[in-house]
Ligand binder design. Structure first.
Ligand code: ATP
Length: 303
């Protein structure tokens, strides 16, 4: 297959991969348009790395189709259209940072100048250091330089900030942002809702090998960042509380009502109006783990 001008940056259909009994990726469909910055968000074991490995041709799918700019992953990588930043590996201990990046550059027809890739990734000052002497966060930034040097149209980053401290993270995201500002496409995986919120236009939320939510960051955030209201509501039944406006689920345990809400302010107002004896009202954020569970449950309910 050849590179097609009008094709999306990435198009994935029916992707599956099983390791023994584990369905690491269990039927993923995904289209990433050119210029989008997309976060693959999910807890440990959700299938993010397996998906990324297949997208960049490092793992073979059991089933499904992958097209990168309308071509196979291998062809797109060979042509330097895809820059890959793996979670680990790829660095040789005795080779300097500059030599490492130069080696990758030499494999491509129209690479960036090596010094430019080094400085964009914030590792120019480490250019003469051997990989063995780098910290985990510094190694990550060298991997970022290796991903940038082909001059790719699509950057694929697997948990790019995993080993970085706060300063390195900030610098990394600034470089990533500068790359995306040139209209190119980025797909990155992360555990952190905050990273997805801050740096992506769109979030693809994965759980147990499936996509459980996909959309603009604000829409997915609204779904995952639900709130809970707990209160003592004498005499109230769970089904009546569940029918209050703004409540998505209600439980009563040991006299305490636990309400999951789309709009906690509205729910508090309703409780005070309808149940004047309500007391000890607490409003809390729904944890990310709860949110994943809720979204997974919701996705199974509609299957
Ligand atoms: N090479 C492998 N052999 C066996 N099982 C694997 C292999 N790679 C992944 N898995 C399993 O597949 C599932 C998905 O793993 P994957 O690494 O894709 O998830 P992830 O979302 O990237 O997780 P993490 O955030 O921890 O990196 C997990 O249950 C994992 O144990």
């Amino acid at each position: 297959m050849d590179i097609h001008d009008g094709a999306p940056a990435l198009s994935v259909a029916g992707l599956r991969k099983t390791y023994g009994e584990t369905r690491a990726v269990d039927g993923i469909d995904l289209v990433v348009d050119r210029g989008e910055v997309v976060a693959l968000l999910g807890p440990n074991g959700a299938g993010k790395s397996t998906t990324i490995d297949m997208v960049v041709g490092l793992a073979r799918p059991d089933a499904g189709e992958i097209a990168v700019f309308g071509a196979s992953a291998h062809e797109a990588v060979r042509r330097g259209m895809v820059g890959v930043m793996p979670q680990e590996g790829a660095l040789l201990d005795d080779v300097t940072v500059r030599e490492t990046v130069a080696l990758i550059a030499s494999l491509h027809r129209t690479p960036l100048p090596v010094e430019e890739a080094l400085s964009r990734a914030g590792v120019a000052d480490l250019a003469d250091r051997r990989a063995a002497l780098l910290s985990g966060g510094q190694k990550q930034r060298v991997r970022f330089a290796m991903a940038l040097v082909p001059g790719p149209d699509l950057l694929v980053l697997d948990e790019p900030t995993a080993a970085m401290d706060v300063t390195a993270r900030r610098e990394f995201w600034q470089s990533m942002h500068a790359f995306a500002e040139t209209g190119r496409t980025v797909l990155f995986s992360t555990h952190y809702l905050e990273e997805a919120e801050a740096y992506a236009d769109r979030v693809v939320l994965m759980h147990a090998g499936r996509v459980v939510a996909d959309g603009p960051v604000s829409a997915v955030m609204a779904e995952v960042s639900g709130r809970t209201v707990t209160a003592t509501v004498p005499g109230a039944r769970a089904e009546d509380l569940g029918a209050l406006p703004g409540v998505t689920a209600a439980h009563v345990r040991d006299g305490r009502a636990e309400l999951r809400c789309t709009d906690s302010d509205l729910v508090v107002r309703e409780l005070l109006t309808r149940y004047p004896e309500v007391r000890d009202i607490e409003v809390g954020a729904l944890g990310l783990e709860d949110a994943f569970l809720r979204l997974t449950g919701a996705s199974e309910a509609v299957r």
